[in-house]
Design a protein around this ligand. Structure first.
Ligand code: TMP
Length: 219
């Protein structure tokens, strides 16, 4: 008899800036922990000491210097490779859930829009770095820029290299994520994130519980 292969409990959260990914990550992790699961929450770029150092370099380059989209794509993939090796794969192998705030789809979108790297090149880098470790569910949070720019400016601290980019860049990013969820409808679920936090969470939990056959009513 063939052993049943259970799907990786690997969820990624994607979307533009200020769409509420971190808030949702926290709520989903709490819910899964309440159901008795071990959950690792992490983020990209980042998640390990080396990848966090790359994050600093990518988001806050030295004054007056800018990364090209190709250099950015390589940096993101270098950080991801370390993150996968040292944190994500070991956690999944122990049967833990991993919920990652941004992952490979952010590279597909951010490093390709507005004259960036071609999708074919990005996909080939992606498959080399990810191998079999592909998220089983990606929740794509979508909201109009008018909503997200208010949330972004309410945050503390100066804008990073990405937040500083022009509105048309952020429009293209939003469109990129919408297209992505149309290209991969089985893995990527678009969620209307312009609603209140509780409604976004309820929609997300419904999808998580259906995807992994958890009891929707429990907990
Ligand atoms: P955030 O995690 O605070 O949203 O910021 C991370 C920034 O890095 C965000 O602007 C998107 C950008 N980014 C990329 O451009 N490519 C990537 O692969 C990842 C993970 C993030």
């Amino acid at each position: 008899m063939m052993a049943e292969v259970s799907p990786l409990r690997f969820i990624t959260l994607e979307g533009g800036e200020g769409t509420g990914k971190s808030t949702l990550q926290h709520a989903l992790a709490e819910r899964l922990r309440a159901e008795g699961f071990d959950v690792v929450t992490t983020r990209e770029p980042g998640g390990t000491p080396l990848a966090e150092a790359v994050r600093e370099l990518a988001l806050h380059p030295p004054a007056g210097a800018d990364w090209s989209p190709m250099s950015e794509a390589l940096l993101m993939n270098a950080a991801r490779s370390d993150h996968l090796e040292k944190l994500i794969r070991p956690a999944l192998a122990e049967g833990k859930w991993v919920i990652c705030d941004r992952f490979a789809d952010s590279t597909r979108v951010y490093q390709s829009v507005k004259g960036g790297v071609s999708s074919n090149v990005l996909k080939s880098m992606e498959s080399t770095v990810l191998g079999d470790t592909v998220p089983t569910l990606t929740l794509v949070l979508d909201a109009p820029l008018e909503t997200t720019s208010g949330r972004r400016s309410a945050r503390n601290g100066p804008d990073d290299a990405f937040e500083k980019r022009a509105t048309d860049f952020h429009h293209a990013v939003r469109q990129g994520f919408i297209s992505l969820s149309q290209e991969e409808p089985l893995r990527c679920k678009l969620i209307d994130a312009s609603r209140d936090v509780a409604s976004v969470y309820a929609a997300a939990w419904r999808i998580v519980s259906q995807t992994y056959a958890l009891n929707e009513m429990a907990g």
